[in-house]
Design a protein around this ligand. Structure first.
Ligand code: ADP
Length: 334
């Protein structure tokens, strides 16, 4: 009998436009993993309600995230590509896991503390228990690998804790989920102003979106922070220069990167030229994805089919897990 493939799960919130960080932290890995693993990738619409209670834009954003994922190379026939809210079993597992998650540990989560600072008027219980819902999403499919960016490291550690706690109390049902990246480390794509990471809803002028038009990409890249250049050969790079090299490493050719590294080390680098080159390489990288995503986004019938097919696959896996969960907890009375 053929060995069952290892299981992969991940998600992206429909809170805005996908950006280069989502691509290199997450979607690029999804596209590679779809060939070798059993994959569940979802649009995390329930998660978005914790910070974006106004749902006027939600449908358009869900369609956009689906279209952008497909435009990046995700194949809905190879993976389960679905919406979180279509799988009701998630809410049930979330409820059980909430009994195993403690207020103190949830309050210490870095992303929770950040969100409290950003939305002091909306510190809701969903925000506090975000890592619990995320754990439910992952272990609902008994996933082993979770392709995510570096910002998700702590949440994955919490997911392992909750899964282990469940196993310890009720018996072994879940594997320990691991954060995954094909490279050696998880990726963090920095914002162009050198402050924090590229992000869907913050820092929009310092974030490159997969939907940005060519002129906007050029404008954003040309505004990235630089200085007058090194004066001592071989000096270390300041963070904001390191960031430009990092972005170049994502989209430019090896020769181009080598040339600017040498220029930097010999103190002959011209940042204007470097940014022009980076801008063109970004345009070449982003524009085909943007164009493809636009045409998919306008095909609502196709997107509906994708969502229905994805949910049907995800439900099979979710139902099988929940049978085991209810039995393990002792919720079977006849
Ligand atoms: P955002 O923070 O932009 O709203 P999400 O929370 O929906 O994005 O995260 C979707 C995926 O993209 C996650 O796996 C996350 O780790 C990854 N990601 C988000 N921003 C970055 C970034 N700047 N660099 C690397 N990965 C990122």
């Amino acid at each position: 009998m053929e060995k069952r493939k290892e299981i992969v799960m991940s998600g992206i919130r429909p809170t805005g436009f996908l950006h280069l960080g989502n691509y290199f932290g997450a979607v690029r890995n999804y596209v590679r993993m779809q060939e070798d693993f059993e994959c569940y990738f979802m649009v995390a619409d329930l998660h978005s309600l914790t910070t974006h209670p106004d749902t006027k834009e939600l449908k358009a954003n869900v369609h956009r995230v689906l279209a952008e994922n497909i435009a990046c190379g995700l194949d809905p026939d190879k993976v389960a590509l679905y919406c979180q809210s279509h799988i009701y079993e998630t809410a049930e597992l979330y409820l059980y896991l909430n009994m195993l998650a403690y207020k103190g540990e949830l309050e210490k989560t870095v992303t929770f503390k950040d969100k409290v600072r950003q939305h002091p008027d909306n510190v809701n219980a969903g925000l506090l228990t975000y890592p619990v819902l995320q754990t439910a999403d992952i272990i609902l499919h008994r996933a082993l690998y979770v392709p995510v960016g570096k910002d998700q490291e702590q949440h994955l550690e919490m997911a392992r804790n909750f899964a282990n706690r469940f196993n310890h109390r009720y018996g072994d049902v879940f594997p320990e989920p691991q954060a995954f990246n094909y490279g050696s480390e998880l990726v963090k794509v920095p914002s162009l102003d050198g402050v924090g990471k590229m992000s869907k809803s913050e820092n929009q002028y310092a974030t490159l979106y997969l939907s940005d038009d060519d002129e906007l990409i050029r404008k954003k890249v040309m505004k990235a922070k630089t200085d007058s250049g090194p004066t001592v050969p071989g000096s270390p790079k300041p963070d904001y220069i390191e960031n430009i090299f990092l972005l170049m490493n994502l989209v430019s050719s090896e020769e181009v990167i080598k040339k600017f590294e040498e220029d930097y080390n010999q103190c002959t680098i011209r940042y204007g030229d470097m940014k022009k080159q980076l801008a063109e390489d970004m345009v070449n990288f982003i524009s085909p994805i943007r164009e493809k995503a636009e045409s998919i986004r306008n095909d609502e019938r196709y997107l509906q089919e994708v969502m229905e097919k994805g949910a049907a696959k995800a439900r099979i896996s979710a139902k099988a897990t929940m049978e085991l969960v209810r039995e393990a907890i002792g919720l079977k009375y006849f």
